[in-house]
Design a binder for this molecule. Structure first.
Ligand SMILES: C[S@@+](CC[C@H](N)C(=O)[O-])C[C@H]1O[C@@H](n2cnc3c(N)ncnc32)[C@H](O)[C@@H]1O
Length: 254
């Protein structure tokens, strides 16, 4: 099933949050620890001022945005599904209490704790929700200085071509040298939110590495240690993080 064929407007945001993010799971805690240290190390060393961040395919997940909060004076939550856009908009002014445990995990790194005394208020000030299609992001290339994309490129289509293009579109939104983090379901067979089934593309560490290589300078691909079990029909989670390259390698002909 191609991306355009799935019923994104029928995405059940509330069921999705209840299933995945009502409580902080071991897998998400492991992701948060790695991503917070990657971003904090980057911004501590580079000492750059406030930047623009983007979370592509934000869905009904606020923690990628929270992971960028200390350094951003604007964070774009870019999302296709009108249901998820409505959920995100409902969270901007004062996000729900379940997200507090995700912020607490980020605060294991003192740069988070020090930077935002009131993360809820800061979130309301910097977050902008924008409805759009990842495949149209080409027009906005190089605009963002930090970025995340969690469970999107492989969880929006069963086409490998669309998966690769999704990763490319995400990476090309970033300015040279921008730090990024991207998470992928390994060997996913698709998933339900509420009653609705959504497609996935079967990828492993090699496909993730190959999709990022042309656009990243230096990056790691890491299979989480935590046991899979929370989300249906996949064998593990792959997290990659690194920096957007300064010049792109030639993209293989598809
Ligand atoms: C499995 S969900 C992941 C949501 C969230 N990032 C997370 O970490 O839980 C996949 C998301 O991709 C979004 N999506 C699907 N096709 C898209 C497209 N063409 N452009 C932008 N977002 C898209 C879906 O609406 C959904 O929110």
């Amino acid at each position: 099933m191609k991306n355009a064929e799935a019923a994104w407007s029928a995405f059940d945001s509330i069921a999705y949050v209840d299933h995945n993010y009502r409580d902080l799971q071991a897998e998400d805690a492991e992701i948060l620890h790695i991503v917070r240290d990657h971003f904090a190390d980057h911004f501590r060393k580079r000492g750059v001022g406030p930047v623009y961040g983007i979370d592509v395919g934000a869905g009904a997940n606020l923690y990628p945005a929270l992971s960028m909060l200390p350094w951003c004076d604007e964070i774009t939550l870019f999302e296709r599904s009108p249901a998820n856009v409505a959920y995100l908009e409902s969270q901007v002014d004062s996000y729900a209490e379940n997200w507090d445990q995700f912020w607490a995990a980020l605060c294991g790194n003192e740069d988070y704790a020090i930077s935002c005394a009131d993360p809820r208020e800061r979130f309301g000030k910097v977050v902008k929700v924008r409805q759009g299609d990842i495949f149209d992001l080409e027009r906005l290339g190089g605009r963002w200085s930090v970025g995340t994309m969690f469970f999107v490129a492989e969880s929006m289509t069963s086409s490998h071509q669309e998966f690769t293009l999704g990763v490319e579109r995400f990476m090309r939104t970033l300015a040279p040298g921008a730090p990024f983090a991207a998470a992928f379901m390994e060997h996913s067979q698709g998933y339900h939110t509420g009653e609705q089934f959504f497609p996935a593309c079967d990828v492993g560490e090699n496909e993730v590495r190959e999709s990022l290589e042309p656009f990243a300078d230096e990056f790691k691909v890491h299979r989480l240690k935590s046991e899979a079990g929370l989300r249906e029909g996949y064998s593990g989670i792959i997290l990659s993080y690194g920096w957007r390259g300064n010049s792109d390698a030639p993209v293989p002909i598809r």
